[in-house]
Design a protein around this ligand. Structure first.
Ligand SMILES: Nc1ncnc2c1ncn2[C@@H]1O[C@H](COP(=O)(O)OP(=O)(O)OP(=O)(O)O)[C@@H](O)[C@H]1O
Ligand SMILES: [Mg+2]
Length: 244
């Protein structure tokens, strides 16, 4: 069993007639980053929530070879499936440090401290403000805090839902480069949801394109290294979707 996560024929419905995801299958190998790319409403967050166990889908899901589709969200977190939702969702009334500690609440004290040091080392921008209120952070710093909180939980698979949303390209690059460093260090796998292909390529080795709830294409990042190939993928898989 070489896959960490295997999703087979996942469908998600919101009510009887609203199908958001249709028959989607993909897998994530340990230590790799796989991206789902698609326009607004393509079904990206629905897939993430179904993997995290926050909504129920149809189809089979395996994590580390074991079926997980009937497990409650908290049991999936305990196995190492950690979701960093779109829109940051940090707790503004708490300090930066308290937000991080909250992310690692299930860990023993010593491991929690080790992870806290790791996260603060990874994001010095928020380390400087660790004892201040999280509400004071800029948008980019809040995103770092949200990712840092996800890392505190000791994930084996991090589900990152549009981490670049609302961030300046330079900041996205910085955050992605740090995530790449973590990926390279150990066997953390990431399922990344994005809309921007160029940014996604900094981190992901495999890219699935999603439109109208269905997977319509698959590329390895290595196949998209030249500009022309990238532009063709955008035109084929994203251009038409964006115009819909
Ligand atoms: N709670 C819900 N109830 C009903 N319909 C929903 C719900 N959440 C999402 N949908 C619908 O399901 C479809 C997919 O939504 P989803 O949030 O998965 O898209 P997305 O690809 O994450 O989009 P975005 O890039 O805007 O975040 C959309 O048509 C959306 O309107
Ligand atoms: Mg979304």
């Amino acid at each position: 069993m070489s896959e960490l996560l295997a999703v087979e024929n996942l469908s998600v419905f919101y009510g009887a007639n609203a199908q958001a995801v249709e028959d989607v299958s993909f897998s994530v190998a340990p230590g790799t980053v796989v991206a789902l790319l698609g326009a607004n409403g393509a079904g990206k967050s629905s897939i993430m929530k179904a993997v995290a166990g926050l909504i129920r889908g149809r189809g089979a899901m395996r994590f580390d070879g074991e079926r997980i589709e009937t497990l409650a969200a908290r049991h999936r977190v305990a196995r190492g499936i950690v979701y960093v939702p779109e829109g940051r969702q940090i707790v503004g009334e708490l300090t930066v440090r308290e937000n991080l500690v909250l992310g690692g609440y299930a860990l023993a004290g010593q491991e929690r401290r080790r992870r806290l040091d790791m996260v603060l080392g990874l994001f010095p921008e928020i380390a400087d403000k660790a004892n201040g209120g999280a509400w004071r952070l800029s948008g980019g710093e809040q995103q770092m805090l949200a990712i840092g909180r996800g890392l505190m939980a000791g994930p084996r698979l991090l589900l990152l839902d549009e981490p670049s949303l609302g961030l300046a390209p330079l900041l996205v690059r910085r955050v992605f480069d740090r995530l790449a460093a973590i990926r390279d260090e150990g066997d953390l796998a990431i399922l990344l949801v994005e809309q921007n292909l160029a940014m996604t390529m900094r981190l992901a080795s495999e890219i699935h394109f999603l439109r109208g709830g269905r997977l319509i294409g698959h590329k390895r990042a290595a196949d998209l290294e030249d500009e022309a190939a990238r532009q063709q993928a955008v035109d084929t898989y994203l251009g038409a979707a964006a115009a819909e």
